[in-house]
Structure formats: structure tokens, C-alpha cells
Design a protein around this ligand. Structure first.
Ligand code: 9D3
Length: 238
């Protein structure tokens, strides 16, 4: 059994509690598959006010996170096999492929920024990887760190009840899912497609593949290249 240690380094560790203790991540912890922990960056401050930010050199609005507490924290948390990931709007955008890559690590330290930014020397000298979760503005790196932890932990063998789910990810990542239905068969006249009630498993499999391809083509044509590759065809040709 392979266990992954994930430490979220932040000045707001209390933001992480419900997520790290909740459903899937909580179960992964209980099963001993993942050790998830929010670590308070203020432990490494050295002044009475536990200061983690300061005014920017060159002037301007807002505050900048200081390098000192971050350097001391990482100096203590790092291990020979650890990887420090800085959640930042300047990072490479998180994808399923990156989640898979990080799920192979044994110790992730997720560094979260707050305020207007973090001293550039942190990115330049102290981190191994820099990741964004997309092009929209959040107030800190804490939610991105939790998103990343969730994407990674669900990939660990044994975390999802159904081992098939994670295996199918390689496909799901390149193609939208087919529609799902459950009881009742008729809700206010809105019917479940008859084929799903037919018991014909070959036909159902084919219908789902077609629905999946159709949804991808109409809603996410940008994914079609990946679908063609996944299906073993070349260069997105039909
Ligand atoms: C006014 C300064 N901002 C320019 C738009 C810079 C800024 C600094 C810090 C914007 C957001 C943040 C806080 N966000 C993150 O630390 C963050 C983030 C995000 O906002 N969106 C997507 N992924 C990420 S990863 C970390």
C-alpha cells in the first residue's frame, strides 16, 4: 500500500478542516491512504504580531507575503522525497494529466499565497512546481490547494470504492461523460431513454459511447483531439 502525505501550508489552516475531514478525503485518511494536514504558516513567524506580509518595494497598493516565514517553514517541512507546489495564478493550469503526475509523489507540500502576492524569490528559489487552477481571480491559494488535493487523492488506489472509476479517468479526461439516469423511469412525463431499459448491454455500451462523443463534439470540441488519441486513432481525424 502506498500512502501520500499532503501538507497545505497557509495562514488560514482553519479553512481546510471541513474539506480534509469530509467524505472522500476523510475516508482516504481513515483508510491510511493519505495523510492530509493543514499547517499554519504563522508557526514560523518571529515577531510578536506573527507578521507574514509587508508593503511592496517600489510602492503600490496591497501587501506582499514575506519570504522569511515561508523559507523557514519549507526548511522544516521538506523531506528528501518531497515536492513543493506553489499555488499561484502564474502557474501551469491544472489538468487531469498533472493530477496523475502528482499522484505518483509520496509527499506534497502545497504552498498557498494570500494578499496581493508573494515575494518573487519564493517562486524563483524555494518551490519545485507552480500551479494555477484556471483563469479566474480568487482571494487566495487555499481553495486551489484543496482542489488539487482532491484531484490527487481520488486517484490513489483504494480511495474510490469502485476501482473501475479511477481507471476510466483516462477516458473521462479526454471526453465528456454520457448521460446518467436513475429511478423513476417517468418523472413528470420526462422519460428515461428506452435503450437503457432494454437489457441489451452491447447496445447500451454503443449508445453511451455515441452520446459521449456527441456531447464532446458539441460542448467541448477542444477536447476532440484528445478523444481521437484515446480511442487509438491519429490526429483527430474522424
Ligand atoms: C491585484 C492582483 N491580482 C491580479 C489579478 C493578483 C492576484 C494575486 C493573488 C490574484 C489572485 C491572488 C490569489 N489567488 C491565488 O493565489 C491563486 C489562484 C487564483 O486566483 N486563480 C486560479 N488559480 C489560483 S492558484 C492560486
Amino acid at each position: 500500500m502506498r500512502a501520500v502525505k499532503i501538507q497545505i501550508l497557509t495562514i488560514f489552516p482553519e479553512m481546510c478542516g471541513a474539506i480534509l475531514g469530509g467524505s472522500i478525503l476523510g475516508r482516504a485518511r481513515e483508510k491510511g491512504l493519505a495523510a492530509l494536514e493543514a499547517v499554519d504558516l504563522r508557526r514560523w513567524t518571529e515577531d510578536r504580531h506573527r507578521t507574514t506580509d509587508d508593503a511592496p518595494y517600489g510602492g503600490g497598493p496591497g501587501m506582499v507575503m514575506k519570504i522569511g516565514p515561508i523559507d523557514r517553514a519549507l526548511g522544516e517541512l521538506r523531506t528528501p522525497g518531497s515536492k513543493v507546489v506553489f499555488l499561484s495564478p502564474q502557474g501551469r493550469t491544472l489538468t487531469q494529466a498533472i493530477a496523475t503526475e502528482l499522484a505518483d509523489e509520496s509527499h506534497l507540500i502545497l504552498l498557498c499565497g494570500h494578499y496581493e502576492g508573494v515575494d518573487q524569490r519564493v517562486s524563483d528559489h524555494l518551490v519545485d512546481d507552480e500551479i494555477s487552477i484556471g483563469d479566474y481571480v480568487l482571494t487566495s491559494g487555499v481553495l486551489p490547494a484543496l482542489v488539487l488535493a482532491d484531484a490527487v487523492v481520488r486517484l490513489l488506489p483504494g480511495v474510490l470504492g469502485d476501482s473501475r472509476s479511477a481507471v476510466e479517468d483516462s477516458f473521462v479526461a479526454g471526453c465528456l461523460d454520457h448521460p446518467h439516469y436513475t429511478r423513476p423511469e417517468n418523472y413528470r412525463g420526462w422519460l428515461v431513454p428506452g435503450i437503457l431499459l432494454s437489457g441489451n448491454h452491447e447496445a447500451i455500451k454503443k449508445w453511451r459511447a455515441e452520446k459521449s462523443a456527441e456531447a464532446t463534439r458539441t460542448k467541448r470540441p477542444d477536447l476532440m483531439q484528445a478523444v481521437a488519441v484515446t480511442a487509438g486513432r491519429s490526429g483527430g481525424r474522424p
